[in-house]
Design a protein around this ligand. Structure first.
Ligand code: NAP
Length: 359
């Protein structure tokens, strides 16, 4: 039974809903468990893992020691109000009928429902198993989709690199500072947790430590959702860097017409002044003058900022998030708060740490 707009209104009264996390032993799933444990409107009833079924959540996620929950097998899905899936690409699209039967609202963190059409999946992925769901899925970012989220049955969490890039560039489009045909280059640096908890040769400590390693320098799949959400193509490259958490986007924009610092302040303020999880960090004084993953590590905040390079007719836009929070689990909780009519910041309203080592 879908959660309707009227159910969303009822939830403002402080209702508690049951939730499960499929893929709870992974990095994104672990963040969901952490956030849901502190959420006033959710009762987390189960979390799945095939490898760790029967083991305590704390045995996999040491920050969650002391919680009673044990992993269950995903074959034995609970019937719940909200099912979060934090599984690899392909799993949710194959099981979406089952997920939808066992929950009123499904929130998927993978790439399986982010794109709007089957043609996009044919172009960027290996097609889609359940294209009939694409029409109703809502891209999770509340900053762009707040009006479509209430009552949504299927919410699709954005990619972390895409989220950083989109949040940085969005005010330029929303504020009509670009005509749409300009060249834009996005360079994202991202931490190792982006790759998930499973080991690979490239993610071993010896190979990963100290790197600034370009990967997917062209043709990265997140280009598809960036183009979808901004309405224009962005040339995108990513580097794997030596941090555990964090994604930092530096976007080089060459506007057709001159854009001043005042124009940018106006556009960014218009886009984000009322946003609870976007902070402006544009110049000023001190060490952290521009967006910086370290400053938002562990939180659902995005920092965005910019600088004008008049000589080169360039605008440089910066954006920083924690890939596991604003880039996935926190974004999902924020979206579901909006979808179900909870306090928008419920379960997410906390600051990060300072000083802190490499996030
Ligand atoms: N890491 C990030 O920064 C990030 C950011 C944005 C989006 N995401 C997306 O979030 C999803 C999870 O990413 P992650 O980094 O958390 O990956 P991960 O650490 O590898 O975790 C994957 C989880 O899915 C479970 N799983 C794998 N295959 C499954 C299957 N067939 N059926 C049921 N459960 C299965 C795994 O547990 P068992 O194998 O024990 O069942 C594990 O709990 C991915 O789609 C990823 O693209 C991740």
């Amino acid at each position: 039974m879908p959660i309707s707009d009227s159910a969303a209104e009822e939830n403002e009264t402080g209702q508690t809903l049951t939730a499960t996390v499929v893929g709870g032993s992974g990095f994104a799933g672990g963040e969901l468990l952490r956030l849901l444990a502190g959420h006033p409107n959710f009762d987390l009833t189960s979390a799945t893992s095939r490898e760790y079924a029967g083991k305590s959540v704390g045995s996999v996620h040491p920050n969650l020691r002391g919680t009673d929950l044990r992993f269950s097998d995903p074959e034995d899905l609970d019937s719940v109000d909200v099912l979060f899936s934090a599984t690899p690409h392909g799993v949710s699209m194959a099981q979406i009928d089952e997920f939808s039967d066992s929950a009123d609202t499904v929130v998927d963190l993978s790439a399986d429902f982010r794109l709007n059409t089957e043609a996009q999946y044919d172009e960027w992925y290996d097609g889609h198993d359940a294209p009939e769901y694409l029409e109703t899925a809502v891209y999770a970012l509340p900053e762009l989709h707040r009006d479509e989220l209430p009552g949504a049955d299927l919410i699709a969490g954005g990619g972390c690199n895409a989220t950083a890039t989109i949040l940085g560039l969005y005010p330029l489009f929303e504020g009509d500072l670009l005509s749409g045909g300009e060249q834009i280059v996005a360079d994202v640096k991202v931490g190792s947790s982006e790759g998930g908890a499973s080991a690979s040769k490239a993610s071993s400590h010896a190979e990963r430590s100290g790197v600034v390693r370009p990967y997917a320098p062209t043709g990265h799949r997140h280009e598809a959702e960036i183009e979808q959400e901004l309405g224009t193509g962005v040339a995108f490259s990513a580097h794997a860097v030596d941090m555990v958490r964090g994604a930092s986007a530096t976007c080089h924009v060459f506007p057709d017409q001159p854009v001043s610092t005042g124009d940018l302040w106006g556009a960014f303020r218009e886009a984000y002044d009322d946003e609870p999880f976007v902070r402006m960090t544009a110049g000023g004084s001190g060490v952290y003058r521009y967006p910086e993953p370290k400053a938002v590590a562990g939180t659902n905040y995005a920092e965005v900022g910019f600088e004008v390079d008049a000589e080169n007719r360039r605008v440089v836009v910066f954006s920083a998030i924690d890939n596991l929070v604003k880039g996935t689990a926190g974004q999902a909780v924020h979206a579901v708060n909006v979808a179900l009519g909870f306090e928008e910041t419920a379960g997410l309203d906390f600051q990060g740490l300072h000083p802190v080592g490499s996030p």
